[in-house]
Design a protein around this ligand. Structure first.
Ligand SMILES: [Zn+2]
Length: 136
């Protein structure tokens, strides 16, 4: 990922900011320029609370190759990758952290955390962003 794209995505990655349609109230994450429910282009930023529930998940058990990979994803193997439905409605894909992979269960509540997501080589950009952990 380029530095420019990282810069553009900072509101999403750092603060979980999506878009809310000013006409029909639909919420979207990630942000989009046009409402897919009513077609309006009048959307405003909407910061999501970061609470949600695991709708489904998979366990990743194959590590990414070593130094020849330009963009290295920061995670320990195995890890859980889940579809999380936020309390406001939108769904997103995110890693579940701070637990063993076998603790991840469909229907469990999760909350957002801010973590290192990937780095572009040894001297490249480091990108931070959202992941989720189990909550009460
Ligand atoms: Zn709309």
């Amino acid at each position: 990922m380029t530095s420019a794209k990282i810069w553009r995505k900072m509101p999403e990655y750092y603060e979980l900011v999506g878009k809310e349609c000013e006409k029909c109230g639909a919420l979207f994450f990630p942000a989009r320029p046009i409402c897919k429910k009513c077609g309006s282009s009048k959307l405003q930023d909407h910061k999501l609370e970061g609470q949600g529930v695991i709708k489904t998940f998979t366990i990743i058990r194959t590590p990414i190759a070593g130094d020849d990979v330009l963009e290295k994803i920061i995670c320990e193997i195995p890890y859980a990758l889940a579809i999380v439905q936020l309390s406001e409605g939108p769904c997103l894909t995110a890693q579940i952290v701070d637990c063993e992979a076998d603790e991840v269960v469909i229907g469990k509540n999760v909350e957002v955390v801010f973590r290192k997501v990937f780095e572009s080589g040894r001297k490249g950009a480091i990108c931070y962003g959202y992941k989720f952990r189990l909550s009460e």
